[in-house]
Design a protein around this ligand. Structure first.
Ligand code: HEC
Length: 131
């Protein structure tokens, strides 16, 4: 293959990867437009309904506790729950949006999937700095 063709192949491959990432992010429900989103006001009730039976203070699954803001922030080791300021790149958002059934939260058959509105609030909370 000539240099030019090789370069073209790399460019096309990179473009495909970028397009796939973009398509996945575009599959996420949009962040809520609400300002001043906080854990106490907007997020805690969602976690209580859908997550705390497995992610409370006692033996939390995946070592992720979500029962208080402090516990949630402390569980975010190496950004494994969320990437501050960037909800579209946060694993918890991909999990609740069920982009991949294997990593979906709540796990398949273990609870009602979150609504688009709930996912939007969690996205806004992450985008606004997880206060
Ligand atoms: C029925 C139990 C159950 C419920 C309900 C549940 N989870 Fe989980 N969760 C698990 C298990 C089990 C793991 C560990 C999976 C693993 O490590 O492979 C986990 C892991 C996680 C992780 C860590 C993933 C990682 O990369 O280590 C996050 C974040 C998470 N859950 C968020 C949530 C959220 C948010 C909710 C509610 C919307 C929720 N989970 C509801 C069982 C549950």
């Amino acid at each position: 293959m000539s240099m030019k063709l090789k370069t073209l192949g790399v460019v096309i491959a990179a473009g495909t990867v970028a397009a796939t990432l973009y398509a996945n992010n575009a599959d996420l429900p949009p962040a809520a437009t609400k300002q001043g989103v906080t854990y106490e006001r907007d997020i805690k009730a969602i976690f209580e309904r859908s997550c705390l039976k497995c992610h409370g203070p006692e033996k939390p699954k995946g070592k992720v506790s979500l029962h208080t803001l402090e516990a949630t922030l402390a569980s975010n080791v190496k950004n494994k729950v969320f990437k501050p300021g960037s909800s579209a790149e946060s694993s918890v958002v991909k999990a609740i949006a069920r982009l991949n059934e294997d990593d979906a939260m709540p796990p398949e058959g273990k609870g009602k999937p979150l609504t688009g509105e709930e996912i939007g609030l969690i996205r806004a909370w992450i985008d606004q700095g997880t206060k």
